[in-house]
Design a protein around this ligand. Structure first.
Ligand code: CAA
Length: 381
């Protein structure tokens, strides 16, 4: 495996780092407190090409590889994991899915503005009774003339309030189980489509999450993505890439935790010396650094396999499983190193813990990642 990044990849990382430090990190605490959506930042991210990073330029994207995307996601999430998830959903779940499976009409009308960041996307799979057990979709889409008529409810939808376009998984043929699920693109403002209140969340508070309802919501048949009955496969295939995005988000949080802990340990004195001179602190810092590097190795491997056109779903699940676990551990260690200061808002590390927890839950819980990994292992051997 090649561990060297190209000049282009390093340039993307540097651009993301500079933007994150200058325009995202400085206001992250305030947005977290107010649970305020980062509209201006998202607009600028779009202008920089960070919302359609892997989409070819002819469809409005930056035409970059997944490695560059991971590098950028880490830097952005390090500054604010809320911005990270908004960026991840638009890139990995929405743009990737439309580029791979959308018709020419869909690409022209929706992918181009989504990849340019002129519009924002959301991915609507989860339902009140279909979270981890995602095949049990109750939302229906019945064909009526040249429209699908959608009825049902989705929940936990990232960008639920702010998105312009929603990729909705719905059952078009109940008899066929998960092979009767289809993906339909619904535009904000379509009659019969509404979103619920913003969820009041523990972490990633400045990204918005809400339920969606569909009541006799008529959507043109030409908004079908891929083919009827392919919606579950669409969701799984896009989520594989999504899991690389969330692994990167988790690494960003872990790095932010590590850097805060390292800095604090060199400033804080106790028993006559800096606490960084104590083995108890040094061991924690060492553990954090090793975990972060291991998470990066797993995540870059999955990204490189995706870029090489190889099957990467097991590797993406491994990257997400491990990176999300160590993000929580690193945030906890950072709090411990900060002592009482780690427990109050002023030092930010308490937010890292709140933000880290969700990475073990969304885009497939850690338990689901273990299922995916185990099934692949059993199939392979
Ligand atoms: N990649 C590609 N295909 C996959 C897959 C993967 N990782 N996992 C399953 N599949 C395919 C299978 O190959 C199978 O396809 P066919 O029937 O066409 O051959 C189909 O999916 C069904 O698979 P199973 O028979 O294994 O179904 P199951 O019910 O036993 O397990 C599951 C499915 C893996 C548990 C799946 O339901 C799952 O991944 N659940 C988690 C859902 C999830 O990640 N939700 C995240 C919500 S989106 C979100 O969080 C976004 C956000 O806003 C931040």
């Amino acid at each position: 495996m090649n561990f060297d990044f190209t000049e282009d990849q390093l340039m993307i990382q540097q651009t993301a780092k500079e933007f994150a430090e200058a325009e995202i990190a400085t206001t992250s605490m305030e947005r977290d407190l107010k649970a305020e959506f980062p509209s201006d930042i998202i607009k600028k991210l779009g202008e920089l090409g960070f919302l359609g990073m892997m989409v070819p330029p002819e469809f409005g994207g930056a035409g970059l590889d997944t490695i560059s995307y991971v590098l950028a996601m880490i830097e952005i999430s390090k500054a604010d994991a809320s911005v990270g998830v908004i960026m991840s959903v638009n890139n990995s779940l929405v743009c990737f899915g439309l580029e791979k499976y959308g018709s020419d009409y869909i690409k022209e009308k929706y992918l181009i503005p989504l990849a340019k960041g002129e519009k924002l996307g959301a991915f609507a799979l989860s339902e009140p009774e279909a979270g981890s057990d995602a095949t049990k979709q109750k939302t229906t889409a019945d064909k009526d003339g040249d429209c699908y008529v959608l009825n049902g409810m989705k929940n936990w939808i990232t960008n639920g309030h702010s998105a312009d376009c929603f990729l909705v998984m719905a059952t078009t043929d109940k008899e066929k189980g998960h092979h009767g699920i289809s993906t339909i693109l619904v535009e904000k403002g379509t009659p019969g489509f509404a979103h619920g209140k913003k969820e009041d969340k523990l972490g990633i508070r400045s990204s918005d999450t809400s339920s969606l309802t569909f009541e006799n919501c008529r959507v043109p048949v030409k908004n079908l993505i891929w083919e009827e009955g392919k919606g579950f496969n669409f969701a799984m295939n896009t989520l594989n890439g999504g899991r690389i995005g969330i692994a990167s988000q988790a690494i960003g949080i872990a790095e932010a935790s590590f850097e805060a802990a390292l800095k604090y340990s060199k400033e804080r004195k106790a028993f006559g010396s800096h606490i960084s001179s104590f083995q108890a602190i040094q061991f924690k810092l060492s553990d954090m650094a090793v975990k972060i590097d291991a998470a990066k190795a797993l995540t870059f491997r999955a990204a490189a396999m995706k870029d090489a056109g190889k099957k990467y779903f097991k590797e993406a699940a491994m990257a997400k499983l491990y990176s999300s676990k160590i993000a929580v551990e690193c945030a906890l260690d950072a709090i411990q190193i900060h002592g009482g200061y780690g427990y109050v808002r002023e030092y930010m590390v308490e937010r890292y813990l709140r933000d880290a927890k969700i990475t073990e839950i969304y885009e497939g819980t850690s338990e689901i990642q273990k299922m995916v990994i185990a099934r692949a292992l059993l199939d392979e051997n």
